[in-house]
Ligand binder design. Sequence first.
Ligand SMILES: Cc1cc2nc3c(=O)[nH]c(=O)nc-3n(C[C@H](O)[C@H](O)[C@H](O)COP(=O)(O)OP(=O)(O)OC[C@H]3O[C@@H](n4cnc5c(N)ncnc54)[C@H](O)[C@@H]3O)c2cc1C
Length: 402
Amino acid sequence: MSTANTAKHQIVIVGGGTAGITVASRLLRKGYTDVAVVEPSESHYYHPLWTLVGGGQVKASSTERPEASVMPKGATWIKNTASAFDPDNNTITCADGATYEYDVLVVCPGIQLDWNRTDGLEETLGRDGVSSNYRFDLAPRTWDFIRSMRSGTAVFTMPSGPIKCAGAPQKIAYLASDHWRKEGVLNNIDVHLVVPTPRLFGVPAIADSLDRIAADYGITVHTNTEMTAVDAQGHKVSLTSVGAGGTDTLLSYDVLHAVPHQSAPDWVKTSPLSTGDANGYVEIDKHTMQHVRYPNVFSLGDAGSSPNSKTGAAVRKQAPVVVENIDSFLKSQPLQAGYDGYASCPIVTSSHAMLLAEFDYDFNLTPSVPLLDPTKPHRAYWYLKKYGLPFMYWNLMLKGLS
Ligand SMILES: Cc1cc2nc3c(=O)[nH]c(=O)nc-3n(C[C@H](O)[C@H](O)[C@H](O)COP(=O)(O)OP(=O)(O)OC[C@H]3O[C@@H](n4cnc5c(N)ncnc54)[C@H](O)[C@@H]3O)c2cc1C
């Protein structure tokens, strides 16, 4: 029951990013009238274009809109930061002490960028050739460093563990190499791509294609390896092989594009909703998206434990499942909708081509456009990435229409 200090909403959504706004719009379209979104930020970002910002193709400002402009009409915007869950009492608490009660809770506050898990990285970001497309303010710096480079060594790294858009760490290596080739300086630049995985992609046919693309640019690919430290003064990174008995090597850099380790936000990790392991995501059934211990709690997007590739494309398929299953739950009916792990990874391979990898939990390829070979880059996909997908995001997906 609500107390004087506790406002009650039928459905409370934590996080008004890609997942939160999409789910809120769909719930309202379904006829639910008491939907609240807890979101502290005044801005909403379309992250997938940050790769193109770093590659000098798009302005950062085009990826940001006021949160108010995407908040669906009819939703209650609680401009606050959630800080604790009490699922036994169906309440959440916010940073200012306000509490909110719910019948159903949807948890989607995104993922945390753990810069501090790589020694020396955070303090050098944005300076001395070091940048990352994983932050809105830094993506333009990536382009500054790429376009002013004429010779030397460029290093692009990907950390171990789940991250959002696992293709992004390598896309920028291809965009940069393509730019340097056009400028006639690629032969003067020693390009290194460091990945913790055995291959550049989990689907063998796509990995073969990416091997050819990397080789064509002359990129040295370090597999089963990750960056563990940055020595900004010495302009060197430490690389360590992933797995037991890893050995360290040092590599000099002039430009470094770094992607941080990622995990659930700390306050989610320590909450009763967490898996309790080091990554600490919200522990849900990977098909129904319902919490495994608290049936009136659902999660999706980057904060959920479902083992899909963490992308906006996955959110697009998860959101209708979450909404259908919330509807069934509130009507005391069995949950019918299931998510199959679909995700897509648009891998930009140059300034005019893109490979669209679409796959499910079992890494079966699930192409939306069967006529285009999904293992090869296509120009049509480039236009989709730069124009089609952003249009679809702002005008259809966030409005609950796609
Ligand atoms: C460089 C880059 C490239 C990418 N490229 C692609 C791509 O090509 N294709 C693709 O599909 N995906 C891509 N992604 C991934 C995609 O952007 C994410 O998977 C998607 O945004 C996840 O949605 P989400 O709602 O879970 O998280 P977000 O969109 O990050 O939203 C989380 C929201 O929660 C809010 N929040 C945080 N903490 C709290 C709190 N305590 N209380 C309340 N609210 C809180 C945040 O302010 C934010 O608005 C890319 C991501 C990056 C960084």
